[in-house]
Ligand binder design. Structure first.
Ligand SMILES: CC(C)(COP(=O)(O)OP(=O)(O)OC[C@H]1O[C@@H](n2cnc3c(N)ncnc32)[C@H](O)[C@@H]1OP(=O)(O)O)[C@@H](O)C(=O)NCCC(=O)NCCS
Length: 245
């Protein structure tokens, strides 16, 4: 993550919207609970009640650091565990849970009630919509993940060694995943691919293709999509240059 002016909040319970970290303006009754080892950039906005830097099971307070860049907006009932590194302009919806060991880029938005379990690696400009579940997933830049998309990472649950097994999916840059899809462990979703709503993705998806159904199958190329209203020459045509690169 880039350099930013960090302030150690030092385990304080601080007030709603502590803009510019003027701790003299802190209101203790707000319900924003910040554990030791939390560092944030400029202009944070924490809407209480929320919890930042909670030590995961087996760790003591302050043992793992938590870094959040500039201009974050953390909405009520979000819990961010200790041991995360998060970029600038991070935004959560209400009731998000973010476990330890996530690496999150800039301009990432996590929707209401979404859950990031441990070990996700998320790029820049990523939207993870309401109610999603991700664990050990790699998400490249400019990916859109629709509502209630579930990523799985244990092929034969509950396996005691699943973390060493197939692992989570990889979602390549500019891919979009339709609502209510389920992505099976270790699948690679190609660059600029589109997953239809309600799909179960059981195997790798080639770049620039549209797949849908259970199991998800090729239905067309992205270039074959039509904009029903003719607002655009083609859906996603603004990404063509990137796609060719
Ligand atoms: C995948 C998608 C983009 C395809 O749109 P499209 O190009 O207009 O699709 P078409 O109407 O040409 O459908 C082609 C075929 O695929 C089928 N199909 C389309 N979407 C499907 C889906 N999600 N699941 C299963 N089959 C699907 C159609 O029934 C059709 O089958 P047929 O040829 O047997 O009649 C669209 O259906 C979709 O799912 N979009 C994602 C919506 C979403 O989740 N948005 C999230 C943000 S709110």
């Amino acid at each position: 993550m880039g350099d930013y002016k960090r302030t150690d909040l030092g385990g304080l319970t601080v007030g709603r919207g502590i803009h510019a970290l003027s701790l003299s303006k802190v209101f203790k009754e707000s319900g924003v609970q910040i554990y030791k080892g939390v560092f944030v950039g400029e202009n944070p906005n924490f809407e209480g009640p929320c919890i930042l830097g909670k030590p995961p099971r087996g760790k003591n307070e302050g043992e793992l650091e938590t870094h959040i860049g500039n201009n974050c907006l953390i909405r009520p009932f979000t819990t961010i565990y200790a041991g995360n590194v998060i970029g600038d302009s991070f935004e959560t919806g209400q009731g998000c849970s973010i476990r330890e060991g996530n690496l999150i880029g800039n301009n990432v938005r996590i929707g209401t009630l979404a859950v990031l379990e441990f070990g996700n690696n998320i790029g820049n400009n990523v939207r993870i919509h309401t109610g999603c579940f991700l664990e050990m997933v790699t998400v490249e830049d400019n990916v859109f993940i629709g509502p209630n998309v579930i990523f799985t990472d244990d092929p034969h649950p509950p396996c005691p060694r699943y973390k060493e097994c197939v692992g989570g999916a990889v979602v390549k840059a500019f891919a979009r995943i339709g609502a209510n899809s389920t992505i099976l462990p270790g699948v690679v979703i190609g660059r600029n691919a589109l997953i239809g709503a309600g799909s179960v993705v059981t195997k790798d998806v080639p770049d620039n293709t549209v797949v849908a159904g259970n199991p998800a199958r090729f239905i067309k190329y992205l270039d074959d999509l039509k904009c029903f209203k003719n607002f655009f020459e083609k859906p996603y045509s603004n990404y063509r240059e990137d796609r060719d690169g």
